[in-house]
Design a protein around this ligand. Structure first.
Ligand code: MSP
Length: 642
C-alpha cells in the first residue's frame, strides 16, 4: 500500500472573509498534497473553519444575527472559495460539527481525569481581541502587541492546563527531533520562548462572559477556550480515537501555519498531545506573512487583497504560480500587482509559453505535427545530454518540494526551460530543416524538445494543474492518465512516435496586450458616438448620484430570468445589500463572487422578478455583451466613487 501523507492548514476564523493570506496557506497545502499524489503517496488534506469564541460572537452581534447564522454564512465563503482556486481538500472541518465537539469533550475529560487540569482563581490582563490573558512580559508598553489596545484587568476562577509540567519534556523533544518545526528560525523561536518558565494555560471561559463554545464536561458553567477546541480539529477530523483514518494518517501529520500562530502550534499543541497520550505531529511547517506594499493587510487600512479578484483578472494558474514563486517559504513577502504582472510576462508568457509554442509550431512545420522517431545512430550526438539535464532538474525539484521550498522547486523547472531554449539555440533546427541530409538530426532535436515539454508539464502540475493538462493534451497524450506521476515524468522517451499533435496555442497571453486592445477599441469608436450624447448636466446633478465600491459576496442565477443575476454585495454597511443585475449573458454567478464593482447606492429600490433590488451595478453594454465596471486595485467596500 502507498505510504500515507497528511497535510493540514489552520482552520480559519470566520470573523473575516478569506483573503490573500488564507489563500496562500491553502494553496501551499494543495501544492504539497498534489506533489505527494505525484510521488504516489496516499494523501489526506484537511482545511476548515474555527467557529467558536468571543470574536465570532461579537462579529455576529454586529450584523444582528445569531452566531449560528453568522458562522454558517462566513464558513461557506471559505468552503466555496477553495474549489474556485482548484484546491482539492479531502475534508472541510468546522468546529461546530457535533463529531468535533464530542472529541474535544473526550480529550478534556481524559486530561482532567489524569490530573493535568486544575481550578484556580486568577487575576490577569485580558485582551478581548486575542481572547486571552497576557503576562506583563508579553505586553508592549502595557499594550497588546497585536491589537495595540490596553488589556482589561479581569479577576475570575478558571480551569488551567498544567503546561509547565511538560516544559522540559518539550525542550528535549524538539532537540531530539530537529526538523519537527521548520524552517529552523521558527524552531529557534520556540526554543527561545521555552527558556523562560512556561505558564499554565487557562483553558476555560466562564459562561457569564462567553456562551458560544463547547461546554466543559466537568463543569457546566464554563466553555472551552477557543484554541484548546480548535487545535483538536486535526485529530477529530480523521476520526480520533479509533477511526481507520486516524490510525493511518496521524503518525505522519504535517501542519502548515503562518508565523502568527507559531506559539499555539509549537507549544500548546505538542503538550496537549503528550498529555492526551498521543504521538506528536511529524512536522510543523511555518511560513511568513504577506504584506501589501510593505504594510500589514488589514480591513481598517483597506488593503485586503481578494484572491478571487486576482484570479479573475490574471487567471488561476498564473495566480497560484506567482504565490509559490515569489514568496520564500518562511520569510515575509510584499505583494504588489506590478510584480505579479512582471512574473506572468517573464516566466509564464516569455519563458514557458514561448518555448511551448515554439516547439509545437516547429513540430508542425517540419513534421506536419507528427511526433518524430529518433534514429539511434545520431541520437546521442544530437541530444547533447538533454535527458540528463531533465533528470537533474527533477531531482532538484523533488528535493525542494520535500522541504517546502516552493520557489526553489519552480527555479529547478525554469532551469530546464532555459536549458531547452539553449538547446534550440545550439542545434538550430531551422538550419537542420534546410537540408535533407540533416533530417535525422532534426528528428532527434524535435523529439527531445517535445520530451522536455512533457517533463515540464509533469513538474508544474502541483502548482498549475490546468496548464499542465493543456500541455499534455498538446503533446498528444491522454491527460486522464496520471501523467504527473513521478515515475512517468522521469521516464524519458515516453512520447510515442507517430502520434499526431494538435496545433499550438498560447498558454499565457502577455498582460499589457489587453490594455492595447482596449486602447484600439476606443480609437475606432471615437468618431461615431453611439448612442448620441445625452444633454449636458452640471457637477451638482452628477453629485446627486451616490456611487460606491461594493464587493460581491454571493451571486446566484434567477430562475426564469435568463439575463438577470441576483447579487449580495458588501457596500461597507453592517448588512449586505441585494441587487439584481442584467449581466447573466456575460457572467456566470461564480465569476461574480469576489469581484469589486461600482454601484449606484442611493437609487430608489425597485422590485425585479419579485426581488427587491437596492441599487444598480454600473456596466458598459453594447450588442456583444455587458461588462461590469470593476476596480484595477482593491478598495474597501463603501469607498465613494467620484
Ligand atoms: N483560527 C486560528 C487558527 C486555528 S488552527 C487550529 C487562526 N485563524 S486565522 O483566520 O487568523 O488564520 C490565520 C492563518 O491565516 C495564518 O496562520 C496563515 O495561515 C493565514 N494568514 C492570514 N493572514 C496572512 C498573511 N497576511 N500572510 C500569510 N498568511 C496569513 O489563527
Amino acid at each position: 500500500m502507498s505510504p500515507p501523507f497528511y497535510i493540514t492548514t489552520p482552520i480559519y476564523y470566520v470573523n473575516a472573509r478569506p483573503h490573500l493570506g488564507h489563500a496562500y496557506t491553502t494553496i501551499c497545502a494543495d501544492v504539497i498534497n498534489r506533489y505527494h499524489r505525484m510521488v504516489a503517496d496516499d494523501t489526506f488534506f484537511l482545511t476548515g473553519t474555527d467557529e467558536h469564541g468571543d470574536k465570532i460572537m461579537r462579529a455576529a452581534k454586529k450584523e444582528s444575527i445569531t452566531p449560528r447564522e453568522y458562522v454558517n454564512k462566513i464558513s461557506s465563503l471559505f468552503r466555496d472559495l477553495w474549489p474556485q482556486l482548484n484546491i482539492e481538500n479531502d475534508h472541510f472541518i468546522r468546529t461546530t460539527d457535533p463529531d468535533h465537539m464530542a472529541v474535544v469533550t473526550q480529550v478534556l475529560q481524559k486530561i482532567y481525569d489524569q490530573g493535568d487540569i486544575y481550578f484556580h482563581e486568577y487575576e490577569g490582563k485580558y485582551c478581548f481581541g486575542c481572547e486571552r490573558f497576557y503576562t506583563d512580559r508579553e505586553l508592549v508598553d502595557g499594550r497588546c502587541p497585536d491589537h495595540e489596545t490596553e488589556p482589561e484587568t479581569i479577576k475570575e476562577s478558571n480551569y488551567f492546563f498544567k503546561m509547565s509540567k511538560y516544559q522540559q519534556w518539550l525542550i528535549d523533544y524538539i532537540k531530539d527531533n530537529p526538523d519537527l518545526i521548520r524552517p529552523e528560525r521558527y524552531k529557534n523561536e520556540v526554543l527561545a520562548f521555552l527558556r523562560e518558565p512556561l505558564e499554565d494555560l487557562c483553558i476555560s471561559r466562564p459562561k457569564s462572559r462567553i456562551k458560544w463554545g463547547i461546554n466543559l464536561p466537568f463543569d457546566p458553567d464554563y466553555v472551552t477556550y477557543v484554541w484548546f477546541d480548535a487545535l483538536i480539529n486535526y485529530i477529530s477530523a480523521i476520526g480520533y480515537p479509533e477511526g481507520e483514518k486516524f490510525k493511518r494518517y496521524w503518525p505522519v501529520a504535517q501542519h502548515i501555519v503562518a508565523k502568527d500562530i507559531l506559539k499555539p502550534h509549537g507549544i500548546y499543541w505538542p503538550i496537549m498531545l503528550k498529555a492526551a497520550g498521543l504521538p506528536i505531529y511529524k512536522h510543523l511547517n511555518v511560513h511568513g506573512y504577506w504584506n501589501v506594499d510593505e504594510s500589514k493587510m488589514s480591513k481598517t487600512i483597506g488593503n485586503v487583497v481578494e484572491p478571487l479578484q486576482l484570479k479573475n483578472v490574471y487567471g488561476l494558474d498564473a495566480f497560484r504560480f506567482f504565490l509559490m514563486r515569489d514568496m520564500v517559504f518562511g520569510l515575509d513577502s510584499s505583494f504588489n500587482e506590478e510584480a505579479l504582472v512582471q512574473r506572468i510576462n517573464s516566466d509564464l508568457a516569455n519563458d514557458l509559453g514561448n518555448l511551448f509554442s515554439r516547439v509545437i509550431t516547429m513540430a508542425h512545420k517540419y513534421f506536419k505535427g507528427v511526433v518524430p522517431v529518433m534514429d539511434a545512430s545520431v541520437e546521442k550526438e544530437f541530444s547533447l545530454g538533454l535527458s540528463d539535464k531533465a533528470a537533474q532538474s527533477i531531482a532538484d525539484y523533488q528535493k525542494a518540494m520535500e522541504n517546502f521550498a516552493f520557489h526553489r522547486a519552480m527555479g529547478a523547472i525554469w532551469d530546464l526551460i532555459s536549458q531547452m531554449n539553449k538547446y534550440i539555440d545550439v542545434t538550430t533546427p531551422w538550419v537542420l530543416a534546410k537540408s535533407k541530409a540533416s533530417r535525422q538530426q532534426l528528428e532527434v532535436v524535435i523529439y527531445n524538445l517535445l520530451e522536455g515539454l512533457r517533463v515540464v508539464a509533469g513538474m508544474i502540475y502541483p502548482v498549475m494543474p490546468e496548464t499542465a493538462t493543456t500541455m499534455i493534451k498538446h503533446l498528444g497524450l491522454d491527460a486522464e492518465q496520471s501523467f504527473y506521476k513521478i515515475s512517468l515524468v522521469k521516464a524519458w522517451k515516453s512520447l510515442t512516435p507517430g502520434i499526431q499533435l494538435p496545433k499550438s496555442i498560447t498558454l499565457f497571453p502577455r498582460i499589457e496586450l489587453k490594455k492595447k486592445e482596449t486602447a484600439e477599441a476606443m480609437e475606432t469608436s471615437e468618431n461615431a458616438l453611439e448612442p448620441p450624447l445625452k444633454p449636458e448636466i452640471t457637477i451638482d446633478d452628477f453629485g446627486a448620484i451616490d456611487l460606491r465600491v461594493a464587493t460581491v459576496v454571493k451571486a446566484e442565477a434567477i430562475p426564469r430570468a435568463k439575463k438577470l443575476i441576483k447579487l449580495e454585495v458588501d457596500v461597507g454597511e453592517p448588512q449586505y445589500r441585494t441587487l439584481v443585475a442584467g449581466i447573466a449573458a456575460s457572467y456566470s454567478p461564480e465569476a461574480m463572487v469576489g469581484k469589486q464593482v461600482v454601484v449606484v447606492a442611493n437609487l430608489k429600490p425597485a422590485k425585479l422578478m419579485g426581488i427587491r433590488s437596492q441599487g444598480m451595478v454600473l456596466a458598459a453594454s453594447n450588442d456583444s455583451g455587458t461588462i461590469v465596471l470593476s476596480l484595477d486595485k482593491p478598495m474597501p467596500p463603501g469607498t465613494p466613487v467620484r
